[in-house]
Ligand binder design. Structure first.
Ligand SMILES: C[S@@+](CC[C@H](N)C(=O)[O-])C[C@H]1O[C@@H](n2cnc3c(N)ncnc32)[C@H](O)[C@@H]1O
Length: 267
């Protein structure tokens, strides 16, 4: 079976978009009024010497831009509402700031990272705090409006029915390097949980390390009633030592079902 829509997609070639969006994100200024070119230049040179903006984050940014360009994105209707993001099975979650900056271009985000491994969640929370401190050095301390909020939770996604620590639904659920190859039964339950918590007009974004696992994930989601809106082979995927595996090799965007096509959100 062919992976649908697997042609390479061109993406912006500079870090300006990412750095500018990160600055807006951490300053709480979604208008970008306080983020001028000098500030972006200054921060870029700081980040070039800092592991927090690794090449992988830039690749991730471009991947998100490429896959979202494939999905219909009418204007967000609920202006002022925060964008609710769940990063499921997130491990140490190095992508949290990038996801916040990417999806938070229209409104502040409410971000939840969840993984069953408490140690990884602890790392994720500390990592985000360090990144936030670094950016706050560069941005105005006073937040306009409410600002964004990030929370990291250690729990088992297969046992969360009726779980109250999370919002009922999310605008975006991100699952990086889903692991259905490892245990289909468990991951089918994790996928079912994700679909259950996805807003009717929300988007689920998954990535995979290798081709076969991506196909199995897409089939599993379809069997659960989800619709695949786009699936791409990531042209900027970073190769790994293991043949046939690479970072974010494939990315797919899904919605709950054909009847519930996304009608809101996203920059
Ligand atoms: C292949 S790793 C991907 C981790 C991370 N998203 C990344 O891209 O590096 C799969 C992750 O799923 C998590 N996981 C496995 N079963 C889980 C469950 N039942 N609930 C929540 N997380 C789970 C693991 O702890 C692991 O961090």
């Amino acid at each position: 079976m062919q992976i649908p829509h697997d042609e390479p997609v061109s993406a912006p070639a500079t870090a300006d978009d990412l750095v500018g969006a990160l600055l807006r994100h951490f300053s709480g200024d979604t208008t970008g009024e306080s983020v001028g070119p000098d500030l972006i230049r200054e921060l870029r040179s700081e980040l070039e010497n800092n592991a927090l903006l690794r090449d992988d984050m830039l690749r991730l940014w471009h991947m998100l831009a490429a896959c979202m360009a494939k999905v219909e994105r009418p204007t967000r209707t609920a202006i002022g509402e925060p964008v609710r993001i769940l990063n499921l099975a997130c491990a140490h979650c190095e992508e949290a700031p990038v996801l916040g900056a990417f999806f938070g271009r229209v409104a502040p985000v409410r971000f939840y990272g969840m993984d069953v491994r408490a140690r990884e969640i602890d790392r994720a929370a500390r990592r985000y705090e360090v990144t936030e401190k670094l950016f706050r050095k560069f941005t105005a301390p006073a937040l306009k409006g409410e600002g964004s909020a990030f929370e990291f939770i250690a729990d088992d996604a297969t046992r969360l029915r009726g779980y109250k620590q999370l919002p009922d639904t999310f605008d975006v659920i991100f699952m990086r390097h889903q692991n259905v190859w490892n245990d289909r039964k468990i991951w089918q339950r994790i996928f079912a949980f994700a679909l259950d918590r996805l807003a009717n007009d929300g988007l689920l974004v998954i990535t995979s390390y290798f081709d076969r696992e991506h196909l199995i994930a897409l089939d599993t989601f379809k069997s659960l009633g989800a619709q695949v809106l786009a699936s791409l082979k990531n042209p900027r995927s970073r190769p790994l030592d293991y043949p046939g595996k690479s970072v974010d090799r494939h990315v797919a965007v899904l919605s709950r079902s054909k009847a519930e096509r996304p009608s809101v959100i996203l920059p």
